[in-house]
Design a protein around this ligand. Structure first.
Ligand code: SAM
Length: 219
């Protein structure tokens, strides 16, 4: 997706991919290509433009952040998305990860609980021409039942436990990737559905903003 301002910041993007993703073990070529296609600097506030490709989360307003690129890449790699799949994202935030998901899957359904972020991400992604992303304002901890089942679900906020309601919205073979833990620190976790069985795998420690909602934390 080209930058409408003609400022693609290709060198910074390539450096970020090389030093923050590939050097730390991200190997999935489709994931790396998605990072090449999506201009991260168009998803941060003007005052934060100089740090758009730096190696840390960036504030997006409302006390929220767009996550560190490595953490986003690790989650996308764990999702193992195929081109014909349907994915649910909980926590639209800036819309950056929604744009990446739209390069990896057929349809992206994304839910954000904060109205201002929901509106600005939707407005931005539509103007940028992403046509396979569907937006909802509300509590994503309950999922999006009338659009389920999903082949993949990703939560960009920390959950106190794996929400059973989301496990039930997974398709056969579906993957749910989320940070699980307390409000200070979590473990990146993947749940894979096989019939009524759910395989649970734990990966690295991480720190995310809290998932606020019925299946998350109280505000
Ligand atoms: N991946 C996003 C990006 O690329 O900008 C950043 C996600 S940010 C770390 C987490 C987001 O989850 C915040 O925007 C927050 O408002 C949202 N959130 C928290 N609880 C939620 C819930 N129950 N339903 C939907 N969104 C929620």
């Amino acid at each position: 997706m080209p930058d409408p301002l003609g400022d693609d910041r290709l060198d910074e993007k390539e450096k970020m991919i090389r030093e923050q993703l590939v050097a730390r073990g991200i190997e999935d070529t489709r994931v790396l290509e998605a990072f090449r296609e999506v201009p991260r600097h168009l998803f941060v506030r003007e005052k934060d433009l100089p740090q758009a490709y730096e190696d840390h989360p960036i504030p997006i307003g409302e006390g929220q952040t767009t996550s560190q690129t490595y953490m986003v890449a690790a989650m996308l790699e764990l999702l193992e998305l195929e081109v014909n799949e349907k994915v649910l994202e909980i926590g639209t935030g800036s819309g950056y990860e929604s744009a990446l998901l739209s390069r990896l899957a057929r349809e992206v359904y994304t839910i954000e609980r904060l109205r201002t972020l929901y509106e600005s991400a939707q407005d931005k992604l539509k103007k940028m021409g992403y046509v396979n992303i569907h937006f909802k304002w509300g509590d994503g901890s309950l999922g999006w039942s009338d659009k389920s089942p999903f082949q993949a679900i990703v939560i960009g906020a920390a959950a106190p436990q794996i929400p059973p309601v989301l496990m039930n919205q997974l398709d056969e073979g579906g993957r749910l990737v989320l940070p699980v833990g307390d409000r200070k620190e979590q473990i990146l976790t993947r749940v894979t559905r096989g019939g009524d069985d759910f395989k649970i795998e734990k990966f690295m420690t991480c720190i995310f903003v809290p998932l606020i909602g019925e299946e998350g934390w109280k505000e």
